[in-house]
Design a protein around this ligand. Structure first.
Ligand SMILES: [Zn+2]
Length: 127
């Protein structure tokens, strides 16, 4: 695991603790082939309280510390929101839900003084 991947994990731990998430979080360093253009994404098994965060070491290594914290914060926010977005998936399409999630997450990033990833990066790399 690279130094920047470790930094990403540390930021995930910090924000997970701040939000009092009680999920066990596993990290896997290689995104699936169909998700190669993503830097990171999180999947939560609500029933088991187990989350997996996938990250691309190659992409993480290109980023600044501030960007890494922003991405870690975002993935933890996705985990925080998963129980409600899971329910919304019964009524709305997934793209619409993800768009709304990112609006909320970007407001939370601003309120915490974190950098905002551009919409292009967000839609291509940070879903
Ligand atoms: Zn996202």
């Amino acid at each position: 695991m690279s130094e920047k991947s470790n930094l990403f994990k540390q930021y995930c731990k910090i924000w997970s603790d701040k939000f009092h998430l009680d999920y066990v979080i596993y990290f896997l360093e290689k995104c699936c082939k169909e998700d190669e253009n993503k830097i990171a994404y999180a999947i939560l098994d609500c029933a088991a309280c187990v989350a997996t965060i996938y990250l691309s070491t190659e992409e993480i290594d290109k980023l600044s510390s501030a960007e890494i914290e922003s991405i870690a914060f975002e993935e933890i926010c996705h985990l925080l929101l998963t129980p409600i977005t899971y329910l919304l998936n019964n009524f709305y399409n997934a793209e619409y839900i993800i768009e709304l999630e990112h609006i909320i997450i970007n407001k939370m990033k601003r309120s915490h003084g974190l950098c905002i990833i551009t919409p292009t990066q967000q839609s291509n790399q940070l879903l």
